[in-house]
Design a protein around this ligand. Structure first.
Ligand code: C5P
Length: 254
């Protein structure tokens, strides 16, 4: 069996096992902690932990507060470390080994780092215990077809998303981060075991803010999403627990 096929099968098996952590619809919700206020992050985690599946730590939080901040805020709650590594294979592998020490259940890299980088990333997470799911970023949703052409990537954006998703899958990634409107095509191209992590989710009762092309949680779930990343509709609500419960109720009814 080719190394690529072996990596793909190992990733699919792992994805199936990891998705068993979704015991109830609310476990699909990951709350984005986009803040540098450690006390606020910690309070949100304490309040929301019973009502969601986990949290997302991104560059804003991590660059200021680091691994100590992660430990202090999360206190063992499941989290997605969204640092989108993109570098030479050896450096990305080292970054992922460092990341794994914090025990995230999801980590990510840019698929455009190429096959060797993706394989090095898959090997690095494969050494970790527990092994996090390795998720790839395809085309940033802030880029349109003209932006892709400007950096020498072949559009249209949706074709490039599928190209990079297949590349990621063939080189050991468990899934991708994608916009809601890409879910159906990615499910068709990459199959049922490919983990789809979806930001840009907006309950009908919340403001879209700067997110365009949004879907409600129920629509994203029906379209085939595995995890929904939701930030401000929950963290910015006057009552974050009530907001998280409304999302959970919507998912349970979907
Ligand atoms: O507050 P909001 O629900 O918009 O937060 C969504 C989170 O998902 C943010 O951390 C944002 O950076 C991230 N994200 C996104 N769109 C993408 C990729 C990531 O909104 N295409």
């Amino acid at each position: 069996m080719s190394a690529t096929l072996t990596a793909t099968r190992a990733a699919a098996t792992h994805a199936t096992a990891t998705r068993q952590r979704i015991a109830r619809p609310a476990d699909r919700v990951l709350v984005a902690l986009d803040t540098t206020d450690l006390a606020l992050a910690r309070r949100l985690v304490e309040q929301l932990r019973p009502h969601v599946g986990g949290f997302k730590i991104g560059k804003e939080f991590f660059t200021r507060l680091g691994p100590q901040g992660v430990e202090a805020a999360l206190q063992g709650a499941p989290f997605f470390l969204d640092l989108k590594f993109h570098d030479i294979p050896n450096t990305v592998a080292g970054a992922l080994r460092s990341a794994a020490a914090m025990k995230p259940f999801l980590v990510n890299v840019h698929a455009s780092g190429g096959p060797a980088m993706l394989r090095a990333a898959a090997a690095a997470v494969g050494e970790a215990d527990p092994r996090p799911l390795l998720i790839a970023v395809t085309v940033l949703t802030s880029l349109d077809d003209d932006d892709l052409a400007a950096v020498g990537q072949q559009g249209p954006a949706e074709a490039q998303v599928l190209r990079l998703a297949r590349l990621a899958q063939a080189n050991g990634c468990d899934g991708v981060v994608a916009s809601p409107r890409e879910i159906a095509a990615l499910r068709a191209a990459c199959g049922p075991d490919f983990t789809l992590v979806i930001p840009g989710v907006r309950p009908a009762w919340s403001a879209a803010g700067d997110q365009k092309r949004v879907m409600t949680p129920a629509e994203a779930l029906r379209a085939g999403a595995d995890y929904l990343v939701i930030g401000r509709p929950i963290t910015g609500d006057a009552d974050p627990v009530a907001a998280a419960r409304r999302v959970a109720d919507e998912l349970a009814a979907a």
